[in-house]
Design a protein around this ligand. Sequence first.
Ligand SMILES: NC(=O)c1ccc[n+]([C@@H]2O[C@H](COP(=O)([O-])OP(=O)(O)OC[C@H]3O[C@@H](n4cnc5c(N)ncnc54)[C@H](OP(=O)(O)O)[C@@H]3O)[C@@H](O)[C@H]2O)c1
Length: 367
Amino acid sequence: MSEGVSSKTDTVTNTKWILKRRPQGAFDPEKDAGMVSEEMHMATSCGDDEIVIEVDTLSVDAFIRTMLDEEAYHGAIDLGKTIPALGYGKVVYSGKNANKKVGSTVQCMMGAQRFATVKASDAFPKMDLPRMSSTASLGLLGVTTGFTAYAGIFYVCKPPKKGDTVVITAAAGAVGSVAVQLAKSTGARVIGIAGGPRKNQYLIDDLQLDGSVDYKDSTKTVAQQLEETCPNGIDFIYDNVGGQILDDMLLKINPNARVVICGAVSQYNSGKLNKGLVQGPSNYLKLAERGATMKGFNVMQYLHKLPFMLFGMFWLNLRGKVTMNEHIETGIESFPKALNHLFTGASIGKCLVAVKSGNTTADKKKD
Ligand SMILES: NC(=O)c1ccc[n+]([C@@H]2O[C@H](COP(=O)([O-])OP(=O)(O)OC[C@H]3O[C@@H](n4cnc5c(N)ncnc54)[C@H](OP(=O)(O)O)[C@@H]3O)[C@@H](O)[C@H]2O)c1
């Protein structure tokens, strides 16, 4: 039995979402996930080098869907295991060798649950900066969100510059909405691609983009809309979506264009990832014709740039150049629904789940 330190009570009820079945296509919360509650006696369940965290807020990220498949780049989770999610919360129990203070707020991979038991060395102090919302550590300052956008715009290839035409997909999503604003801050002309009139209006009215493409518009193809919005071709692509939209964009690239591959969310529900069956870019020869570069990245490859990204993001936020819309669902019950928002297009900006209801002080706009 661990002789750790507890905040108040030794026994809590944990409620968590487990993977019941591998999704067959789109994630089906009813069939693929199950919510279970269990009593947790912290002193016996928490190892000496572990801590128990009372989860405050969870980040809903597209990569979670890929981890529900049998094979996954980020690691597939086993059936019966807790659905993964990044988040932050308060340490309520600390094992005797765990170097974390009860009452401190930490951030790490904690899973879709109310109480997470994690190795103390995997948890980091939550990052808070003046003037930013308390949830910014998962959004603008989140490695899988703001810093993914920052790395992809500024570090992966030669960044956009004044006069360039930049096109960014999933532009009203978490990573995309930051990427479009960062691209705008360079003076480039920025076009966002998103699904439906509400998101396209958001791109023009709120993010002040130079143009938008609605890939769900049944009256005009993406290719036609790119023709209208990018009459002088495309110099820089930041792609989150892959599939047909990437192919449509490749047809329009200019000499020396840069194509940054961040993700391919259009393929994540296909069940074909890691099986050699992803819909690849059949127009890739345009890269050769135009002397263009296509480069993929994983944000973890750019962690050495973190101090620069942190300062850059803070400075741009301070000057009002980069903000984050947050879509917040409340209660652990809402987690699967929130995950589906990323694929149905229901959320704008960063999708979060406020697990400890009423305790999240997200002070930015919420849609
Ligand atoms: N490389 C890295 O290190 C790294 C790190 C983090 C994230 N990522 C990638 O970044 C991308 C965005 O992730 P996120 O977590 O920020 O999610 P998100 O953008 O907040 O949500 C996903 C968005 O994708 C769009 N979408 C869904 N299905 C689509 C389809 N079939 N065709 C076109 N658009 C579709 C939806 O917007 P609409 O309503 O417009 O359809 C939705 O807003 C993902 O590809 C993710 O894998 C990469």
